[in-house]
Ligand binder design. Structure first.
Ligand code: ZN
Length: 139
């Protein structure tokens, strides 16, 4: 009995070292592929300079230079950090889901051809799926 408890604790601490513990709201989006309410996320109108990271594993996902105002209600980016984002066919059959290439966390969806920026791409990302590291130099 005691040995089982020790092994259990060891496994739990190993997981904690790899992934951040998620709140229920974060888990609903990141694990269960939910969508936060539009205009509700903390990064929707956020203008800070730095790097947006995966809430779960900390991988660098997007640069603030690629964030733009799409007025869609979610943080929008027209480019990604190379290799950080994996595209998969959404379960709905027509949209393209985007997930963290490192840990598979659900981030949102990517849309093409809306002509909102010259790159003509919009990564529509849930604020709750990201963290932010401010750049050290003053903007
Ligand atoms: Zn991740």
């Amino acid at each position: 009995m005691r040995r089982y408890a020790v092994v259990f604790l060891a496994v739990m601490s190993l997981n904690a070292a790899v992934y951040q513990t998620l709140s229920l709201e974060e888990e609903a989006v990141i694990v269960h592929k939910g969508t936060e309410r539009p205009f509700s996320g903390k990064f929707n109108h956020f203008k800070g300079k730095g790097i947006f990271t995966c809430k779960r594993c900390g991988a660098h996902l997007y640069r603030s230079e690629d964030k733009f105002d799409s007025h869609c209600g979610w943080p929008s980016f027209d480019d990604e950090i190379e290799g950080a984002i994996k595209r998969v066919k959404d379960a709905d059959g027509f949209r393209t889901e985007i997930v963290c290439a490192t840990c598979g966390a659900h981030l949102g969806h990517v849309f093409k051809g809306e002509r909102l920026t010259t790159k003509n791409v919009r990564h529509c990302v849930n604020s709750i799926a990201m963290d932010f590291i401010p750049s050290k130099s003053k903007p």
